[in-house]
Design a protein around this ligand. Structure first.
Ligand SMILES: O=c1ccn([C@@H]2O[C@H](COP(=O)(O)OP(=O)(O)O[C@H]3O[C@H](CO)[C@@H](O)[C@H](O)[C@H]3O)[C@@H](O)[C@H]2O)c(=O)[nH]1
Ligand SMILES: [Mn+2]
Length: 827
């Protein structure tokens, strides 16, 4: 008996032994790594050969040019020389970018975690604060945000270790009211339901849970069908209430706010001042509002009730003339307020649409933070990033929003170096990493603050400074503010728009300001101090959100990202300068240069899209004639490029159609979003004309929930989710981002028409026809097929979602007119 018990003890110990997480070559690449690397090397070699050809032909002329020289038409070679130089410049840039991308692609890795072992071995899990940001209830419907909050409140983690903070940058009563409704629904129905049947409920966002296939069958199988129906009904009532208030708000804002303030007046509020809602409703403005903070559930210090996590609503002060730094500013307020309320050493950050899809997400993250040997915290790891995955994408992902190859190749590749960047959502940070500490310095010593006082860096709030000292392990203060009124007063001070003046917030402390992709910048600064990060992408995805649902939104979001990356590249935090970001490893620095430089590649891409057209109009070739053997050089390079791309997406498990859509989308993004972002950057830097804005991506609360598998142990290939198919890429938008691709389309059509006239005129000169250039023009039109089609449909005078608007066509035609005139004039 004793022996049996001892044996059982041994097996249990064995089960719990070993690492909590592992690091392996990406599974799909394991067998193919050599082929993948060989293709990359082949592509590099072909690139160099082609560049050599280009240089040689520039120095000694192409055969057709020598012929012109022989005929005494030396002058006519001039333009070819210039075109050749432009082509060389673009190709050299492509080559450099490709070489940099090899650093990422060389070692693509994957992670595995063992949360069960963690639970068996760790005595006490650390506290975690969850930050949810929302900014505008008209673009981010409260229903979406509330589902995210519900999924956080029911996550698989000890409830007394968890606090959830909702930052509302819109300062909207609608959000606060919805949150109060949410907590009522959570306490009465959703939370008890999820606790009771915890092992069978996934995901814990009710809207997704009730609409996914298979969940009702599961309820039947495990005998809780009756409860399932009851809770579903209650959820539907809750949803209807939130929806109808949102509709009322969008129709008659002021009246609805009045109604909301009356409803809220009745409820108890922590700061006791009930008139606040009235004044809020009468002066409502998203960009100009006072700060407000309420603890809606469980003061954490006396959260002895272990049933339910602490929930806090906060809205920082915003003044029209004061820069508020968008999401970065909101996150910094969250850091401060949470510092004096719960001060957890770990922070999970979620965008309002990113609900928790895998309820063990936090346990997975902890498997990286807790070191297997001594169960101490891994002192070099700054953050763990989960991928951004999306709900309800159309079947072939026509807007390339899943960014499958970005996730599978870029982020897993960066994981093979110092780590992935912080991607804004689905990221668990160590709080001290966000406070500007370096892993290599002593406790309480901040990397760049030699001798600088904490007050100068973190601002003058005594209780906040105490909380910072706690985190930086200078000393332990376990006497937090207990008086709720005093706590609220301090929170208000911390959310003041002038609190950060003359401090290091946004420079060295918190999320870093100066880029609309504050996430990338902040992550890089953290790496720059020597921290590492981890990318973890299990199946099913641990967090799911809303992707932009139209071409217009997708390209606008990508424009903001491009802008943010350019802001970083041309700032004092640029990875190009070795004196900043000293903690970056060489590989990581090259990777960051690649990531930001990639945006700038839009300039050579745009130029290269016009080159074949210029070449045809000017009558001077940029590629060898099709009868010359040298034609094999560009042809083999292009073939190898596509082959390696297709191979790569095949091994990472992306289907052909999806691959093609993302290839096409990346091209469209380059010549639309990124070109416009570069133009705005130029205006901002040189003419100091424009201020960067943050256009929030609208979230669709009616997104279709795909039938997604919830089981952890199924392979991704076994149950590919059945997705809805969307017809085609819509181009009927008058946004300026649609002008550059239309210019490329019209210019190439003009060039093809000119080429056609040449060919008709001299049918016997077949060997001198610019066939390679013609093929390029046709390929470009094919890549830009939505725009090409949109242009032809416009010419036939139809209206519809796939037709380019007249204003875009007119603007583009004007630009094409200028380009054509310029080509013919310089000829
Ligand atoms: O002034 C603002 C603007 C935005 N947000 C929040 O920021 C998040 C991201 O906004 P969204 O419009 O969804 O942008 P995306 O491009 O989808 O977001 C990605 O890219 C951003 C950087 O451009 C990151 O901040 C995000 O975390 C990342 O998910 C949302 O929760 C917003 O509520 C604010 O809190 N305040
Ligand atoms: Mn988003």
């Amino acid at each position: 008996m004793v022996e049996a018990e001892a044996a059982a003890g041994v097996t249990a110990a064995q089960e719990a032994a070993g690492p909590l997480s592992e690091y392996v070559i990406a599974s799909r690449l394991r067998k193919n790594r050599a082929t993948h690397r060989a293709l990359l090397l082949l592509r590099a070699a072909l690139f160099f050969l082609f560049l050599a050809y280009r240089v040689q032909s520039l120095l000694y002329g192409t055969p057709s040019c020598s012929r012109a020289i022989d005929n005494g038409e030396l002058e006519s070679c001039r333009f070819h020389g210039e075109l050749g130089v432009v082509a060389l410049a673009c190709e050299a840039w492509f080559c450099v970018i490709f070489m940099l991308s090899m650093v990422i692609k060389w070692s693509i890795v994957e992670r595995v975690t063992y949360p069960d072992k963690l639970l068996k071995r760790i005595k006490e899990l650390p506290n975690i604060d969850v930050f949810v940001t929302t900014a505008d209830p008209s673009k981010e419907p409260p229903l979406i945000t509330m589902n995210t909050v519900l999924s956080v409140l029911t996550i698989d983690y000890p409830m007394n270790k968890l606090a959830c903070y909702v930052s509302d940058d819109g300062g909207s009563l609608l959000t606060l009211w919805s949150l109060k409704e949410t907590i009522a629904f959570a306490k009465s129905s959703w939370h008890p339901f999820c606790t009771k049947f915890s092992s069978h409920i996934e995901p814990r966002a009710p809207r997704a849970y009730f609409s996914r296939n298979g969940n009702v069958e599961k309820a039947m199988k495990y005998g809780f069908l009756h409860e399932w129906h009851t809770i579903k009904k209650q959820y539907e009532a809750f949803e209807a209430k939130i929806r109808s208030m949102t509709v009322a708000y969008s129709k008659a804002r002021d009246e609805t706010l009045e109604r909301l303030s009356n409803e809220l007046q009745g409820s108890s509020i922590s700061n006791g001042d009930q008139t606040i809602y009235k004044s809020w409703a009468s002066n409502y403005n998203t960009s100009n509002h006072a700060s407000h903070c309420e603890i809606l559930s469980g003061m954490p210090q006396h959260n002895l009730d272990e049933e339910f996590p602490c929930l806090v609503y906060l809205s920082r002060e915003k003044l029209p003339k004061k820069k508020h730094h968008f999401k970065a500013g909101a996150m910094n307020s969250l850091l401060r307020v949470s510092g004096i309320v719960s001060n957890a050493p770990f922070i999970l950050n979620l965008d309002c649409d990113m609900y928790v899809n895998g309820s063990k997400a936090l346990l997975h993250a902890m498997c990286f933070f807790v070191e297997s040997k001594d169960m101490e915290v891994n002192d070099k790891l700054g953050f763990v990033q989960f991928p951004q995955s999306f709900e309800g994408l159309d079947k072939d992902d026509i807007y390339g929003t899943s960014m499958a190859s970005t996730m599978e190749v870029w982020l897993k590749g960066m994981d093979g170096a110092q780590g992935p960047p912080y991607c804004g959502t689905g990221c668990v940070h160590k709080r001290e990493a966000l406070y500007g500490k370096s892993p290599n310095t002593n406790p309480c010593q901040l990397s760049s603050s030699h001798g600088q006082k904490l007050v100068d860096m973190f601002g003058s709030s005594t209780s906040f400074i105490l909380s910072v000292e706690d985190i930086l392990s200078c000393s332990k203060h376990s006497t937090p503010l207990v008086d709720e009124k005093a706590l609220m007063r301090e929170c208000k001070l911390l959310m003041d728009s002038s609190f950060e003046d003359k401090t290091s917030w946004g420079k060295e402390v918190g999320l870093i300001y100066g880029s609309v992709t504050e996430d990338l910048l902040t992550g890089m600064k953290i790496h720059g101090r020597g921290w590492k990060s981890v990318f973890y992408m299990p199946y099913p995805p641990q967090f799911l959100g809303c992707a932009p649902s139209t071409g217009e939104d997708a390209l606008t979001t990508r424009k903001r990202w491009s802008m943010g990356m350019l802001e970083i590249l041309f700032s004092k935090n640029t990875p190009l300068l070795t004196k900043c970001l000293r903690g970056l490893s060489h590989a990581q620095r090259l990777i960051y240069i690649y990531v930001y430089g990639f945006t700038l590649t839009c300039l050579p891409i745009f130029t290269y899209s016009l080159l074949p057209g210029f070449s045809i109009l000017g009558g001077y070739p940029i590629f060898p004639k099709v009868v010359e053997p040298k034609i094999l050089m560009p042809m083999s390079l292009i073939m190898c490029m596509y082959m390696s791309n297709i191979y790569e997406s095949k091994v990472v498990g992306v289907g052909m159609k999806q691959w093609w859509n993302s290839e096409r989308m990346e091209y469209i993004v380059a010549i639309s979003s990124s070109i416009l972002a570069s133009y705005e950057m130029l205006k901002k830097k040189v003419l100091r004309l424009s201020e960067t804005t943050f256009t929030i991506t609208p979230k669709d609360q009616n997104v279709k929930y795909i039938a997604q598998s919830n089981d952890y142990d199924v392979d991704k290939n076994d149950k590919e989710p059945a997705k809805v198919s969307q017809e085609s890429f819509r181009v009927n938008s008058t946004l300026p981002i649609f002008i550059p691709p239309t210019v490329v389309v019209i210019f190439n059509i003009v060039a093809l028409m000119v080429a056609f006239v040449h060919i008709i005129r001299s049918p016997r000169m077949i060997t001198y026809w610019p066939l390679a250039e013609v093929a390029c023009c046709m390929w470009i039109l094919f890549m830009l097929q939505p725009f090409t089609k949109g242009f032809f449909l416009w010419a036939r005078d139809q209206s519809g979602p796939n037709v380019l608007p007249t204003s875009i066509v007119l603007h583009a035609s004007l630009l094409v007119g200028i380009l054509t005139f310029f080509t013919l004039y310089t000829n």
